[in-house]
Design a protein around this ligand. Structure first.
Ligand SMILES: NC(=O)C1=CN([C@@H]2O[C@H](COP(=O)(O)OP(=O)(O)OC[C@H]3O[C@@H](n4cnc5c(N)ncnc54)[C@H](O)[C@@H]3O)[C@@H](O)[C@H]2O)C=CC1
Ligand SMILES: O=C(O)C1=N[C@H](C(=O)O)C[C@H](O)C1
Length: 249
């Protein structure tokens, strides 16, 4: 049984990880809130994470928090020699560089989306964009009204996949006189209700439209993927890993 610490344990994803932990034993959580415990799991401030990782004998951390909190805990993992699965999205360049530094000391697996369906979607996107190389591309994501980063991490990852195949320039929303350039891709972020996460890539030629889309129906799908990643990561060498490796294992 993997002894897991959850960063962002008081959040929506923190609760989903606690609910999904079947073969994992969640022994401690990190959050900036005043809560002492969530569902019987002790809550420790992220500033004290390095000591807590040793005290609770943690095998791996699963992180769904905010970028600054994720970095604090990732750096504590580097100090304590504990692997970390990073699910938080919205890192800037400096944050990504700090995560790379952490991966020099411990195994670090980062994914903007821990659903297996999104892994397959990314592979389909690569094939479709490479094959239909003259079709117009438009990318739309929809999330719940509490999401703070836009576009979603997943949309940015899909955009990276597209840009590795085609030289397209993202246009984030349109208004006014906005004729479409041949080489642009419209990117749209919708925020409403409690939508768990929807992503759609439209590929349109003159006489046909292909739509590649995915909808998460429960946060449990992300939680289960991240816990699988944590179990897979324990015992590996320091380095940067991807969720695709877990899905293919
Ligand atoms: N990679 C994936 O599959 C998924 C990623 N996410 C990402 O996970 C993150 C969290 O999402 P939600 O749980 O919906 O957000 P949330 O707002 O419900 O929870 C955020 C949590 O972070 C904690 N927090 C705030 N400041 C902190 C700090 N400095 N240090 C440590 N913890 C801190 C809060 O107390 C709370 O527990 C977001 O970046 C979201 O985009 C969400 C779902 C799936
Ligand atoms: O904040 C969320 O909820 C989600 N965030 C991730 C993202 O930014 O892509 C993954 C998922 O879509 C849910």
């Amino acid at each position: 049984m993997t002894r897991v610490a959850v960063n962002g344990v008081t959040g929506q994803m923190g609760h989903a990880v606690l609910a999904a932990a079947g073969d994992a034993d969640v022994v401690v959580g990190f959050a900036t809130s005043d809560a002492d415990a969530v569902d019987g799991v002790p809550v420790v401030h992220p500033a004290d994470a390095a000591d807590a990782l040793a005290e609770y004998d943690v095998d791996a951390v699963v992180d769904f928090a905010v970028p600054e909190g994720a970095l604090t805990v990732a750096e504590a993992c580097a100090e304590a020699g504990v692997p970390i699965v990073v699910g938080t999205t919205g890192f800037d360049e400096d944050g990504m560089a700090r995560l790379k530094d952490v991966s020099e000391s411990v195994p670090l697996l980062k994914a903007t989306n821990f659903s297996r369906g999104i892994q397959v979607l990314q592979r389909l996107v690569r094939e479709a964009v490479g094959t239909l190389d003259e079709y117009d591309l438009e990318l739309v994501e929809t999330h719940h009204n509490r999401k703070v980063d836009a576009p979603s991490g997943t949309a940015n990852t899909i955009l990276d996949v597209i840009q590795s195949e085609r030289d397209v320039e993202p246009v984030y929303g349109r208004e006014g006189h906005a004729p479409r350039d041949e080489d642009e891709i419209g990117v749209f972020a919708r925020r409403a209700g409690d939508v768990r996460g929807e992503h759609e890539l439209l590929l349109a030629g003159d006489d046909e439209v292909l739509s590649l889309s995915h909808r998460a129906e429960d946060r449990g799908v992300f939680a289960a993927g991240a816990l699988d990643a944590a179990a897979w990561l324990v015992g590996r060498d320091a380095g940067w890993y991807s969720f695709g490796e877990v899905v293919d294992a």
